[in-house]
Design a protein around this ligand. Sequence first.
Ligand code: G
Ligand code: G
Ligand code: NA
Ligand code: MN
Length: 250
Amino acid sequence: LRLQSELRAAIDQGQLQLYYQRLVDARTGVVRSLEALVRWRHPRHGLLLPGDFLPGAERSEVINPLTDRILADAVAQAARWHHAGRPIPVAVNLPAPVLAQDRVVDLISRLLAHYQLPGRSLIVEITESAVLTRPEASAERLHRLRDLGVRVAVDDFGAGYTSLALLTQLPLDELKLDRAFVHRIHDERDRSIVEAVAAMARGLGLTLVAEGVEDQATADILAAAGFDLLQGYHFGRPMPPERLEPAAVA
Ligand code: G
Ligand code: G
Ligand code: NA
Ligand code: MN
């Protein structure tokens, strides 16, 4: 209850800020997209990370105004880059309780229209658990988002109770392998899982993404395994939009 009211005030007072982290082409290193990651500048506790407040927020109604704000800020920022002649797709995390509502499609549709941003400049990241309760309704919403040009990424793949069937039932564009596998890639057995996921993604025609890449040796292994995009501290931390140099965003 306390978190809810504090978050409502934080939204109204502009204490939430989006940071952006690069995703780079595994072969060329060129920046291909950015993931928006929320931070809370708390007046007493300092800079809070999503893990500090999102799980609580997702269990209450405040996840709605919170996600609305995150989506609006991300689309506005993507539109700024787009209209400045430096278009770059921006990915936003869509929490399960939000994907569970019909209004999410209208919300995104209205934001794209308002900021005159082409749908192809927006990616939504969902987790497997987000679609497990009502897969048909989620699939239908994701189809409508894709009709707008928006792309769909499955985040943290392999971390949860993975239903492989879901991968063929949902309209998907990207698969983001959970960073736990990336961090264990020097282990031979984990590497064979990563290579199997890569083969599966290729077979399904999905863009394959690795997150949590922290060194060049790991990047090399992932590129050789056929990963398309890499994300992680090795290529840049999440940072405020003004700290992403224009050249790095182009
Ligand atoms: O930024 P950080 O590494 O602390 O993010 C932790 C987790 O929180 C990530 O797995 C990410 O998916 C999630 N997350 C970050 N920003 C957002 C956001 O704006 N909305 C939602 N729903 N999840 C987010
Ligand atoms: O939940 P999701 O996977 O969407 O969020 C990405 C989170 O991972 C962000 O909170 C970000 O701060 C964190 N992150 C980004 N790059 C790295 C990395 O290279 N290593 C680790 N351990 N975490 C990372
Ligand atoms: Na994410
Ligand atoms: Mn992730």
